[in-house]
Design a binder for this molecule. Sequence first.
Ligand SMILES: O=P(O)(O)OC[C@H]1O[C@H](OP(=O)(O)OP(=O)(O)O)[C@H](O)[C@@H]1O
Length: 465
Amino acid sequence: MVRNIVILAGSSHPAFVDKVASVLGVAPSSRVLTKFASGETRCEIRDSVRGKDVYIVQSFGTGNDGDGSTNGVDQGLESGEGQQPTGQKHTVNDYFIELCIMISACKTGSAKRVTAVLPLFPYSRQPDLPFSKVGAPLVGMPTPPAQQQQQQGKGATVQYTFESVPATPGPNIPRTVGLSTAGVDMVEMMGSLRSKGGSGRVSPAPTSAPTSAPQQQQQQQLNSYTTHDYENPALMMALQAKPGHKQFMAQSGSLVADLLTCAGADRILTCDLHESAYQGFFDIPVDNLYARPLLKRYIQQNIPNYRDAVIVSPDAGGAKRATAIADSLGLAFALIHKERRPPKISQAPKATMMLVGNVSSRVCILIDDLADTANTITRAAKLLKREGAVRVVALLTHGVLSGDAIARINASALDAVVVTDTVPQDPRRRKMCPKLEVLDVSATFAEAIRRVHHGESVSMLFQYD
Ligand SMILES: O=P(O)(O)OC[C@H]1O[C@H](OP(=O)(O)OP(=O)(O)O)[C@H](O)[C@@H]1O
């Protein structure tokens, strides 16, 4: 049992906090978290934190993703007298504000030290810069048409397209049923997707669509998905149709870091940051834990003849993460490279994929930090199977799986998707996705908290993994 420590749970992932607290041999402290009718967050810390070492655990990626789970709904956790749960759905932003308020409440309640424990760190993916027609980041004036024509002759051979099933939602591609329909029958749903010609695209839902052309264009931009803007031709064309305008994308990472520090956080504990350099945005200590030992153990224990398998990074951004596992297990490595070029001069840039490495007749293990829409891993799996892979397993730290991700995984060439529980994976979600397996990372967090509390090294935890 660890003494003089306070573990507080935000409302995003209480089950995870219970597991962490149980390993530490303490009970989570009492607090009230709910919302006022106006939607503002209400927080009350019921146990004394005076002079204590406080750990507030809040995860993200569990926002309003329509998975029908009770996670993310204001249930008036430990509701105070006269305070009724509003039943409002929490978004990632709600969780973030809640965390800041909890940190501030503990600081003003005379806590000795407050550590924000974020199993999945929010806003650590910076938005992509839009890409020009030749695949370069669009950070200046669009290239004049004559120059574009000249550059087009040098395009690489397009081998694979990026279509996914269900299609990535966009201006003219509405969300499919995904998990938003309570009690949806997966078999029925997949049948319905197949009956639409196998593309997985469904007819646009009737809407009160704007009628005039400028209105339609504005609406398209409003509806557009921003995870990967380069995949949205309408948005890309609109962005490039503004001569002389330098595109500016808000990079919110340092603001988020400042907000946490300003709220009073003395330390951050997180896991598999999308970009490890993000730690440099803080002027307080940041401990970045790794799910790597867990993933390696999974490979060793669950992939038959794993020494013949190939570790694959689905994009260049994750190559370092994947090679770390490949090197320590002595496995072969392959990389999928995305190119963003237009198929024709008159068209918007399109992402295509190239495989570097040999996967023929091999088991492929895709390694990535997270799956959000699951486009990246499902497209990678499709390419790997076409290149002769016999089995494709995706190993990810954070299974955000928002929107249609589960339907997409079910319809994909993936044979299994293994995630950790940094993001809640409730039983209903697991039932709807038979390919999903969940690894428990709570013991790693508990050990890291114990080490921080006793002033021991956290990085030593991963020295021999
Ligand atoms: O499930 P999805 O919605 O496809 O998103 C998952 C992908 O997004 C992130 O990388 P990102 O595309 O931001 O690029 P990067 O690795 O180059 O930073 C992440 O590392 C995954 O590869």
